[in-house]
Unconditional design. Structure first.
Length: 250
């Protein structure tokens, strides 16, 4: 089993893309649509966002996850990460990758090909399916799962992301086409800011506000043109970004 295969199947979206591409080449893709549930605040009034508590952000409607990833889902930066991962794993231009809100988390990826066909990959909200297929794909082993949920299929409720509700999506406009250390700046800054939020040091809305402030600084913009040469480049920059946030008392 290759390392690359494990990366494809590390979460439900990238597993679904990989599975949907089994009989195709990436060059035949017109679009990849990743789905997002919208998390706990999909229908929350924008006027209430400043009063969001840590306990509120951790109440994901579909998945049981740790505090960090639950918060990333609530801000939807997790989908920004998944777009970056899809770009790197499948060698697809950012312009071809879209995000759709799908509250039920039943559709995990939609692949539109240049031959007119579209693959829609659906499965239950459990990581057992991607993990099972990592281990036993095409081996004849069977996994007991639920029947196809026709109620959900008849009401998929797919929508474009509202950037006012989820401003983190705007991060996609800052990403360079090349593989760069700028992604490390974004990840490191978000990690530190989420840590501060979970420790009740900043508000929920401060996560995205401070993140954009940080990545727009000239000292970090330069990393758009610098590719990582080794893991040390990444870890050193990660430590530096976190230290800058600490020193500026953000």
């Amino acid at each position: 089993m290759s390392i690359k295969l494990n990366l494809y199947q590390s979460n439900s979206e990238h597993f679904s893309i990989w599975y949907g591409l089994k009989n195709y080449k990436s060059r035949n893709l017109e679009n990849i649509f990743l789905t997002a549930s919208g998390g706990p605040f999909y229908k929350t009034s924008l006027s209430k966002f400043k009063k969001i508590k840590v306990s509120d952000a951790l109440k994901h409607p579909n998945w049981k996850m740790g505090k960090k990833i639950s918060t990333d889902s609530a801000t939807m930066i997790n989908k920004v990460y998944e777009v970056i991962e899809a770009r790197k794993l499948f060698d697809v231009n950012y312009k071809k990758i879209k995000i759709l809100i799908h509250p039920k988390s039943y559709v995990h990826a939609i692949l539109k090909f240049n031959n007119g066909l579209t693959n829609v990959i659906v499965h239950d909200t459990t990581m057992k399916i991607p993990i099972f297929n990592t281990l036993f794909l095409d081996s004849g082993h069977k996994l007991k799962t639920n029947k196809v949920d026709l109620d959900i299929l008849n009401n998929l409720n797919l929508n474009n992301v509202n950037s006012k509700r989820f401003p983190m999506i705007k991060l996609l406009n800052f990403l360079p086409d090349n593989h760069s250390l700028y992604e490390t700046v974004i990840v490191a800054a978000n990690d530190k800011l989420v840590e501060l939020f979970l420790n009740n040091k900043i508000k929920f809305t401060d996560i995205q506000k401070n993140l954009f402030k940080i990545i727009k600084k000239n000292e970090f913009q330069k990393f758009k043109k610098i590719s990582p040469k080794n893991i040390t480049d990444i870890t050193n920059l990660n430590d530096y970004v976190r230290l800058k946030i600490d020193k500026n008392n953000i």
